[in-house]
Design a protein. Structure first.
Length: 124
């Protein structure tokens, strides 16, 4: 008896890669986000095998999509670029830090911002 293949689910790997890139993740970053290796992410993107069912909700959450979009039963929406998603993730991580660490990071960032503003004034 042959295995029946759902055409919508057949291109899971390509869809996963597209969603990952749209979310601004590398394979390594996505793997770390959901607790699997980069090698597993690469495998799921290139092979016809799907990840274990327990991982699918974590993938959908990390990629900011519904399970239906992840599985291909709902269309992917072309999201308007609202900025660098990698930067947004980093900022969310910074928000979770203790106040002292936040102040140190902000002081560091302020140095770069002030340097760039000074450079622009010097060019004008």
């Amino acid at each position: 008896m042959t295995k029946k293949v759902n055409e919508k689910l057949a291109d899971f790997g390509a869809r996963l890669a597209e969603l990952r890139k749209a979310a601004g993740y590398t394979q390594l970053e996505l793997g770390r986000e959901i607790g699997i290796s980069q090698r597993n992410v690469a495998y799921y993107e290139t092979q016809s095998q799907h990840p274990p069912t327990a991982i699918l909700p974590e993938l959908a959450r990390a990629l900011g999509v519904t399970m239906e979009v992840l599985m291909g039963t709902a269309p992917m929406k072309k999201a308007a670029k609202t900025g660098n998603s990698r930067l947004r993730r980093r900022l969310a991580q910074i928000e979770k830090l203790a106040p002292r660490e936040k102040r140190q990071i902000l002081a560091f960032l302020d140095t770069f911002i002030e340097r760039e503003q000074f450079r622009k004034k010097a060019e004008a």
